[in-house]
Design a binder for this molecule. Structure first.
Ligand code: PGA
Length: 264
């Protein structure tokens, strides 16, 4: 696990975008796992800029969104379909037939979820999964007590998540289709982004707490290639801060590619 702490969310997001861009350059037919919410917005904006100004080519890329509210149309402005289109997909050259988002209007939920898992497998698995973290420690919408082996399925949102997400976008459904924690753990690489002090407790539990379904993100401790990219505020509850900084220093020396090539 690499814990990369940057002075602010802007610098952190640019670094995250470099890591994603590097993945796409090294493997142009990568499958990327995308998340929505406010956290990855600056990373997407930087990827869009790289596409526009530097010709970063997404034409071979496949994407899988983590989750989608259940029971609203995809055209609804609060759907994750609308959000990822508005903030990323509409501005890069990812082929529409390769951009996968769970169908929040499906009348056959179990089938839809199984087919989503099949599509991920058919794409060869997710090469790089971008994750945020909720105040509850959720990844995707795997709320506390989600099975650490869970797969894509319908989940009921916690009160905290309903409150947090409604503050941003107004009333939202109580349920969502989300990739499971087991699905996430099969991604070859994972980038978890967290910014702001509201996330500090969840981040510390995820990185330094026991592996427990009480904090879904703690399951990432079992993943071989996970990088947490944090701003200072999200890092305030970490006990081993100075160690993480030393690890990043040595990584810069010996494996700078893990940091997106540069770390300045
Ligand atoms: P946020 O949500 O980026 O809007 O804070 C993150 C999450 O709930 O996973």
């Amino acid at each position: 696990m690499l814990v990369i702490i940057r002075p602010n969310k802007e610098v952190a997001s640019i670094q995250a975008a470099k890591i994603v861009a590097d993945q796409v350059r090294r493997k142009p037919n990568s499958a990327l796992g995308l998340s929505t919410g406010t956290t990855p917005l600056a990373t997407y904006a930087e990827l869009v800029r790289m596409h526009r100004d530097e010709g970063l080519d997404f034409s071979g890329v496949t994407t899988f969104n983590l989750d989608e509210y259940y029971g609203i149309s995809r055209e609804h402005p609060r759907s994750f379909y609308s959000q990822i289109h508005k903030n990323f997909l509409d501005h890069v050259n990812i082929r529409p037939d390769r951009a996968h988002i769970p169908n929040g209007e499906s009348k056959a939920i179990a089938k839809t979820c199984a087919e989503y898992e099949d599509a991920i497998r058919a794409a060869g698995g997710i090469d790089l999964q971008i994750l945020g973290i909720g105040r509850t420690g959720h990844i995707g919408l795997n709320e506390p007590t989600s099975s650490l082996a869970s797969r894509t399925r319908l989940k009921t949102l916690s009160d905290e998540t309903i409150n947090d997400n409604s503050k941003i976008s107004g009333d939202i459904p109580q349920v969502a289709i989300t990739m499971g924690i087991g699905t996430n753990l099969e991604a070859k690489k994972i980038l978890l982004l967290a910014f702001g002090e509201a996330k500090a407790k969840a981040v510390a539990k995820a990185i330094e707490g026991p592996i427990s379904s009480s904090c879904s993100a703690s399951a990432l401790q079992m993943h071989r290639d996970v990088r947490f990219i944090l701003d200072e505020e999200a890092a305030t509850e970490l006990r081993h801060r100075s160690y993480y900084d030393r690890v990043v220093e040595q990584t810069k020396r010996y494996a700078p590619e893990l940091l997106g090539g540069t770390n300045d």
